[in-house]
Write a protein that binds this ligand. Sequence first.
Ligand SMILES: Cc1cc2nc3c(=O)[nH]c(=O)nc-3n(C[C@H](O)[C@H](O)[C@H](O)COP(=O)(O)OP(=O)(O)OC[C@H]3O[C@@H](n4cnc5c(N)ncnc54)[C@H](O)[C@@H]3O)c2cc1C
Length: 397
Amino acid sequence: MPDSTAFVSESDERQMLDAIQKWIEKKVAPVAMRLEHDNEWPAELVADMAELGLFGAIIDPEYGGLGLSATTYARIVTMISEEWMSLTGIFNSHLMMATVVQRFGTQRQKDYWLPRFASGEMRGGLGLTEPDAGTDLQAIRTTARRSGDRYVVNGTKTWISNAIEGHVVALLVKTDPDAQPRHKGMSMLITPKIDPETRAPLPGVSNGRKLEKLGYKGIDSSEFVFEDYECDAELCLVGGEEGKGFVMATGGLEIGRVNIAARSVGIARRALAESVKYAQVRKTMGKPICEHQAIQLKLGEMAAKTRAAELLTLDAAAAFDRGERIDMEAGMAKYFASETAVEVAFEAMRIHGGYGYSKEYVIERLYRDAPLMCIGEGTNEMQRIIIAKQLVARNKV
Ligand SMILES: Cc1cc2nc3c(=O)[nH]c(=O)nc-3n(C[C@H](O)[C@H](O)[C@H](O)COP(=O)(O)OP(=O)(O)OC[C@H]3O[C@@H](n4cnc5c(N)ncnc54)[C@H](O)[C@@H]3O)c2cc1C
């Protein structure tokens, strides 16, 4: 069973979830639809999220974070995603960056970066993807060359969440582009766009275009261009050692997959809840559509899959909280929950008929937001390959 008491007590967790639920009802629900359709950065909600401590949700309390368990964190992400999934990307990508420092950083880097990350004073995300390298991260071309006590960075990242509104990114680079195997030449840098002390813009880094998307509106996705950008090696090279970046970007971030699974559960739960309501009030042939067997078959399947997705997600989060290796569990949760979100959102649209296609109902947003869950944090094709490899590795004959 999920050990959600490992980090905060059950009553503390309940209180926190209640406070977040109230915030969602009072502040998020009234504006989510408008902000999403206007693709507007939710500045006020971001300030609220900082106040609620969400930018430090899984950062250790000694650095100013809340130190929540993965289980509590997953529950929060699901709740917020039921209302507006985009909001969770603003703090989750940021927390993936923070996790890199918390797990792999030197003591000096933790002391310097984590309090700034936990407060939301320096917000950011993960900079892995490039125009020619997504799944195949070892093909990245962004380089960081050591020059005395500094690194000089050149290259272009794309699809980076929080790139424009954020201030800093955990950047996957090649410190030895000729290394074989390729991953041995990869390192992770923390690269701010602004001076963390003066907040003055730093030279050599800029955002390219803001990318237009099917869904996931409100949060910015953009290119990140580095041209002879310089950073202080002691502060920016995570762990103080070159050649470890690939492990940090892949093996170290299973919690990101749990997060995507939790977001997917939020999308599916909302689509199901809307469908259960609508099916009772919409009448055809003289009775509510929930009395037609065709609709009942849909609702039954949607409910079973949504619950299964939720349990797989909590199972992976609980294993993470016990300190276990969770690449297979997180992969299963991410894969199943995201495919479920896509399916349940689509079925919800069918149940809503023409109204499901209308921008005045939440269903069309859920339908547009769900597919990203199959792509981000490792595509679902890759998740199934990871699951299979782990199955074989754990069951050797
Ligand atoms: C809205 C949005 C936000 C994003 N945010 C971020 C972010 O904050 N930071 C970041 O770094 N990136 C981010 N990304 C990028 C995202 O992580 C990549 O799009 C994803 O990793 C896939 O890479 P790709 O698009 O290059 O596809 P490709 O790697 O080119 O893959 C194309 C297809 O081939 C399949 N495929 C590839 N290799 C294999 C293989 N070996 N075996 C089987 N199938 C394979 C894939 O599964 C996919 O179906 C974001 C993307 C989007 C759309």
